[in-house]
Design a protein around this ligand. Structure first.
Ligand SMILES: Cc1c2[nH]c(c1CCC(=O)O)Cc1[nH]c(c(CCC(=O)O)c1C)Cc1[nH]c(c(CCC(=O)O)c1C)Cc1[nH]c(c(C)c1CCC(=O)O)C2
Length: 339
């Protein structure tokens, strides 16, 4: 029998208690991460250093025994491969050179193979070093979410620059998303071949799109990734996380063909349970309940287990863990989920 609980759930099985991992589980809330990060130099140096990236991926597994490890990297390594001058400014988040419509045709993906080789080496190292029962998750950003950063040159509250770009320059937007979809699929295929057990596609900014744009900019390019990955790795298991897409999630699943749907905390349980009748779901604790701890944490965990625990569920937060999450609260979450 498959030992990795997360893979059993992705195959459609209900596992009790459910497997649990946390988005962004390797990160600044851990003192050991902060120490490795300080020794690494820049954030991207850490992503491209197989020794250190392996170390920070394993840190939360050693400390908490999560059921899955997620490769330590970032969705913005793809624009970095495209030489967009990506940098992570402490306290300000990611920055890069904003791309203009006329520059898109000249983007050159040919550096990807060599540029991303250290990340693929990290995947192979991780699969060799992880406990047998721990699943290894690879990932990429969805083309739309990666494009929002490439167009604005930094994070914005509502991704207005990328939305306007899509309305004013639809052909260039389609070309950019098609390139990102192709590069992302190739990147996921390499991760799967190097030892990732499954992959997650992060569409963190899906929720700012209207229905027409969601179909064109989120669903279509994600479907191209799924098709291309499955053409090379037919057994690939894929989790799609379209944050904020609530009422469109059924459409997202049927339109993209992902195996499992990530839920953010705004998705009602009734909707999550309806989605779950068609396949596994992952989520969806508000990360702020983890910061608050106590009753807020317990009732949040219990509600997810009560409402979604009878079907295929991967327990997770509804978005990434934040740097101010207390370690004792992560331990309390795990005790509550595992009973
Ligand atoms: C939008 C996005 C990014 N990166 C990612 C997303 C999608 C998920 C989401 O919505 O949170 C995904 C991501 N980023 C990181 C991982 C590693 C694996 C893990 O989940 O533990 C993963 C899966 C490391 C990281 N990526 C980043 C850090 C913190 C940087 C540091 O340590 O200096 C980490 C651990 C930096 C980053 N990277 C990104 C931003 C906006 C930021 C700045 C915000 C912040 O600082 O939290 C882009």
């Amino acid at each position: 029998m498959e030992q990795r609980k997360l893979l059993r759930v992705l195959a459609g099985e209900t596992v009790t208690p459910p497997p649990v991992w946390l988005m962004r589980q390797a990160g600044r809330y851990l003192p050991e991460y902060r120490a490795t990060r300080a020794a690494a130099g820049s954030f991207l140096d850490l992503c491209y250093n197989p020794d250190l990236a392996t170390e920070v991926t394993l840190q939360p597994i050693r400390r908490f025994g999560f059921d899955a490890a997620i490769l330590f990297s970032d969705i913005l390594v793809i624009p970095d491969t495209l030489r967009r001058n990506v940098r992570f400014v402490v306290g300000e988040g990611p920055q890069m050179d904003p791309i203009a419509p006329h520059e898109i045709a000249a983007l050159d993906p040919t550096h990807a193979e060599t540029h991303l080789a250290p990340v693929i080496a990290t995947v192979a190292r991780l699969r060799a070093e992880l406990p047998t029962e721990t699943a290894l998750i690879g990932f990429c950003g969805a083309p739309w979410t990666v494009a929002t950063y490439m167009i604005a040159g930094h994070g914005t509250p509502d991704q207005a620059p990328a939305r306007l770009f899509g309305y004013r320059h639809p052909a260039e937007m389609d070309a950019l998303l098609a390139l990102l979809a192709e590069m992302s699929a190739d990147y996921l295929i390499r991760q799967l071949r190097a030892g990732a057990d499954c992959v997650q596609i992060f569409d963190s900014w899906a929720g700012v799109l209207d229905e027409l744009s969601f179909e064109r900019f989120s669903v279509g390019p994600t479907r191209r990734i799924v098709e291309r990955v499955r053409a090379s790795v037919p057994a690939a298991r894929i989790i799609g996380f379209a944050k904020g897409a609530g009422p469109l999630l059924e459409r997202y699943r049927s339109g993209t063909g992902v195996d499992a749907i990530g839920l953010d905390w705004s998705v009602p349980f009734s909707h999550g349970a309806a989605l779950q009748r068609g396949g596994p779901v992952q989520g969806n604790l508000d990360p702020l309940r983890l910061i608050a701890g106590g009753r807020a944490l317990e009732e949040g965990v219990d509600a997810i287990l009560d409402q979604l625990g009878a079907g295929p569920l991967i327990f997770n937060l509804g978005h990434g863990i934040t740097p101010d999450a207390p370690i004792a609260h992560v331990e309390a979450l795990l005790r509550r989920v595992r009973g």
